[in-house]
Design a protein around this ligand. Structure first.
Ligand code: ADP
Length: 157
């Protein structure tokens, strides 16, 4: 059976930390669906449609990576796409505490779905979309934190 993973997140904007997680997951899975969900607690920078376009461009050479926008529970979306894995990145113990109840409840809701964590590399562990957004708010330079395609988009704005 094909190993399909959903990589859910807001990805607003997509950072080099997100990119590294996807690249490391490519040898592990047969298909990876980067899944843009709503996070009601976060104010959006790029529209979901724009995020999808940009992430698609970043991975246009990677046949097994696709990007979708979804609504509802992540486990429901997994079932729709026949995905048995939820991929997440772990940066800090705070990430772990945030992720733990979500993964444990998801396991009760959908026992056949596993959440798989990749520990971030040290150089990416301080990078977050929220910090990137904060820098952008004051016209700061985020070029060291986002992929080239995102940089170009920001320069065109
Ligand atoms: P969410 O709103 O679901 O937290 P994010 O877009 O912030 O969405 O993050 C999506 C996933 O990517 C999460 O698993 C998060 O821990 C992970 N992630 C975010 N930034 C990094 C990073 N710098 N290195 C590794 N993983 C990261």
């Amino acid at each position: 059976m094909k190993k399909i993973a959903i990589f859910p997140g807001s990805f607003d904007p997509f950072t080099i930390g997100h990119e590294a997680i996807v690249k490391r997951a490519i040898p592990i899975f047969d298909q990876i669906i980067i899944s843009i969900g709503h996070n009601i607690t976060k104010k959006s920078f790029f529209s979901e449609k724009k995020r999808k376009e940009l992430i698609e461009k970043i991975f246009e050479q990677e046949k097994i990576v696709s990007v979708e926008i979804y609504e509802g529970l992540t486990v429901q979306f997994c079932k729709k796409r026949n995905a048995k894995y939820i991929l997440r990145g772990l940066r800090t113990s705070a990430d772990f505490e945030y992720e733990r109840p979500i993964a444990q409840i998801n396991k009760i809701l959908a026992p056949d779905i596993e959440t798989v964590y990749l520990l971030t590399s040290p150089e990416h562990s301080s990078i977050s979309s929220s910090i990137v957004k904060e820098i952008l708010k004051y016209q700061g330079d985020v070029s060291k934190f986002v992929p080239q395609i995102i940089k170009e988009e920001l320069n065109n704005e």
